[in-house]
Every structure is written in structure tokens, then in C-alpha cells.
Ligand binder design. Structure first.
Ligand SMILES: Cc1ncc(COP(=O)(O)O)c(C=O)c1O
Length: 392
């Protein structure tokens, strides 16, 4: 006998009660501020591409908002993460520790550097890298050779650790930074999902040597497509700007490029959208927090599922609302997904674990019990800020 035959129906009813009668997407952009005006200005003036005042302004505004000394905007988060890893010293043939529970871009950026992902487990409190278990693993597999941390099984250098702040929930960065320092390994943060998320008042992405933000269309702030690197290291920021803008030496008319580099720059048109969106970020954050409260009360009486909430000391952007089914209800996840989507309420499972994808199947890994268990129990709920008309 099925112990909870109506979980799919119960979830559908509760999501419906929160979002209302309409069909809803998982996350839609909201353009209620100066988006039209700033983009129109680009069109009117012809400054749509490579350079322009909005690019500089967006970089200044991002640095001011996150508290990072520097921001460098790029064409998307994936290219940004690749460059951040290169500037952190990742070389072809190295290994980079990443969470097995992440969007595929985290692993792809590592491979774009010619390095290999080394998969780590997550913890249930953050959905990101679990620091105590990772510490045990690194203590067991790393050995120091000439001051360098080497994976004793593969013989490869472990050059970086990339925490990812899942759905905006921060990893325990102070603990992770201490662990990385103990092994002399650089930390680069995949903060693609966590613009607006803080740990003890400090913005995610500002703990490691460099952090990456994404402004993809589904993110809390969008530029259509785009990303940024944030860092407190002036030299790294300069190198990032140079490498992502074809390594062109500044000159009013001459084209001299001093190394093989990338065309990863963010166009002015996209940066204009970003400036207007960033102005709206406080409203988005308020709306998302109000939505979280509504979901939390709607699901409070359902024992088979709980809304994933921020832990003490953190301020979460609640980019994607996250329902976690209890272990006994895991087998009903697909029924929940089917029922909600059929009802016009877009929900999604979390990503397939990266080590199950064909190109990453043979990568080194630590044991992954938590991610393996959680991956089948996570359901993301409709999360657009405009689902809350009057932010609390
Ligand atoms: C965790 C994570 N990493 C990396 C990315 C890549 O960002 P982009 O799509 O801007 O390349 C995304 C989002 O798309 C993401 O969610």
C-alpha cells in the first residue's frame, strides 16, 4: 500500500494556493524599472557593443553592492569561471574540487582549462560543499610534494576548490577557507546563483581569490546573458579584464594584442539591462523572501516535505524556492513533478549528479552519500519575484 498516495496532489494544491490560478514558469525575469530607458539609450546613441558607459557603471555598481574591490563583467558565467580558474593558477592536467551537485557549467569551466573535476559531496545544511567530510577526504588523499598538494591516487595537483552556493544558500565559507589554506589550495567561488546572499554580512563570492556571478535569463538579476568576476585582488582584476577583452593594449587607434586571449566581454547593451536590474535587486529580494514565507506556511502542515530555509548567520537571496521531500517520500518525487507541471505550475528536479554524465563518469571523487540521497528528493518551485505583487 502506498503510505501517502496524495502527496503529488497535496503539493500541487499548496503551490496553487501560493501562486494563484495562472500558469507559472519556474523563474521569469521582471523588467519594472529603468530597463527600457537604459537599453533605449544604447540604441539611440549606437553604443550597443564592446565598450560603453554602462559596462563601466555596471562594474562599479556590482563592486559597490557586493563589497568587492573590483568587478569585471563578461559574456556569461561559464566563461567567467574559466578565466577565474586560470587566474587562480589552474593549469591543464590539474584537478579542481567541485561539488557533484551543481549545474554542468561548473565542471565544464574546469575542463575548458584542461583540468579535471574532482567531485566532492554536499551537506544537507547548505546543499553545497560539506566542509567536515571534505576535510577528511583531502587529509586522506592529498600529499605534499615540494609544497604542492598532490592527489596521491591520480598523481595530479589539486589546484583549486570551487564551492557553489546552491540556489543562493551559502556554503560555510569561513570553514572552507581555513581548510583550503591548510592545504595551500586556491578557492574560486561559483556564486552564479547567489547575488544577494551573504554570510555574516559578507557577500558570497568575496571569500575566495575570485567569485563568479551569472546574469543568465533565469537568474535573480539578468542581462539576457552575462556574468561577472568579483575580487579584492587588483592585479587579478586587471588580468581578468585584459584576458577577456582579447588582450588588446589600450590605444586610441592601434590594435596590438600581447597574448592569446578571449572575446568574453559583456556588450554595453547587456550592461545597460544589468544596471537597471541591479537597481531592482532590493525589491526582488524582498519579494522572494515574502514568497518563501508564503510557501513555508503553506507547507507547514505537510509532514512529507519541507521548504529549505536559510541557516543562522546567513542571508539567502531565495533565488529558487526549494522543497525537500522526506526520505520516505523520495519515491513520489516524479509524481510530484508530473502533477505540478501538468497543472501548469512549473517545477523542476535538481540537476543529475555531475559524475553520472558521460563526460565526467571517470573523474576522481570522494564518497557521495549525501548528494546521492538528496538528488532524488529536491523539487524547485515557481520562484519569480512577480509572484508576489506587494512585497512585505
Ligand atoms: C551553478 C552555476 N554555475 C555556472 C552557471 C553558468 O552561468 P552562465 O549560464 O551565465 O554561463 C550557472 C547558471 O547558468 C549556474 O547555475
Amino acid at each position: 500500500m502506498n503510505p501517502s498516495p496524495s502527496l503529488a496532489q497535496a503539493v500541487t494544491e499548496r503551490v496553487r494556493a501560493v501562486v494563484g490560478a495562472q500558469r507559472v514558469a519556474l523563474h521569469e525575469p521582471s523588467f519594472q524599472g529603468n530597463e527600457w530607458a537604459y537599453v533605449k539609450e544604447c540604441l539611440d546613441t549606437g553604443w550597443v557593443s564592446s565598450v560603453g558607459s554602462y559596462v563601466d557603471r555596471f562594474e562599479r555598481d556590482l563592486a559597490a553592492y557586493t563589497g568587492a574591490a573590483h568587478a569585471v563583467v563578461v559574456s556569461n558565467g561559464t566563461s567567467g569561471l574559466q578565466v577565474a580558474l586560470q587566474l587562480a593558477g589552474v593549469m591543464p592536467g590539474d584537478e579542481v574540487v567541485i561539488p557533484v551537485l551543481s549545474f554542468v557549467a561548473t565542471a565544464n569551466a574546469v575542463r575548458h582549462c584542461g583540468a579535471w573535476p574532482h567531485f566532492a559531496d554536499v551537506d544537507g545544511a547548505t546543499l553545497g560543499l560539506g566542509v567536515p567530510a571534505l576535510a577528511d577526504h583531502l587529509d586522506a588523499v592529498l600529499e605534499q610534494r615540494d609544497g604542492v598538494s598532490i592527489n596521491r591516487h591520480s598523481g595530479r595537483r589539486v589546484a583549486a576548490i570551487v564551492p557553489m552556493h546552491t540556489f543562493g544558500h551559502p556554503v560555510d565559507m569561513p570553514a572552507l577557507m581555513a581548510l583550503a589554506a591548510r592545504h595551500g589550495i586556491a578557492v574560486v567561488e561559483d556564486a552564479a546563483e547567489s547575488l544577494g546572499s551573504f554570510i555574516d554580512g559578507r557577500h558570497t563570492g568575496t571569500y575566495g581569490v575570485c567569485g563568479m556571478l551569472s546574469f543568465n535569463g533565469n537568474k535573480i538579476v539578468t542581462t539576457g546573458g552575462g556574468g561577472a568576476l568579483i575580487t579584492n585582488d587588483a592585479q587579478l582584476a586587471r588580468r581578468a579584464k585584459h584576458l577577456t577583452t582579447t588582450a588588446k593594449q589600450p590605444h586610441p587607434w592601434a590594435f596590438f594584442h600581447d597574448e592569446v586571449a578571449y572575446n568574453y566581454r559583456m556588450p554595453n547593451l547587456n550592461a545597460a539591462l544589468g544596471c537597471a536590474q541591479l537597481e531592482q535587486l532590493p525589491n526582488f529580494l524582498r519579494a522572494k523572501r515574502a514568497l518563501t514565507q508564503r510557501y513555508a506556511s503553506a507547507f507547514a502542515d505537510l509532514p512529507q516535505a519541507r521548504l529549505f530555509l536559510e541557516r543562522p548567520g546567513t542571508e539567502v537571496n531565495y533565488w529558487l524556492q526549494t522543497l525537500i521531500l522526506e526520505p520516505g517520500a523520495a519515491h513520489e518525487r516524479d509524481a510530484v513533478l508530473a502533477a505540478t507541471n501538468e497543472a501548469g505550475l512549473m517545477t523542476r528536479p535538481v540537476w543529475e549528479l555531475l559524475n553520472s554524465l558521460p563526460m565526467y563518469r571517470d573523474c576522481p571523487s570522494m564518497p557521495l552519500p549525501v548528494a546521492t540521497d538528496l538528488a532524488g528528493r529536491i523539487v524547485n518551485l515557481p520562484s519569480s519575484p512577480q509572484l508576489v505583487r506587494e512585497p512585505a
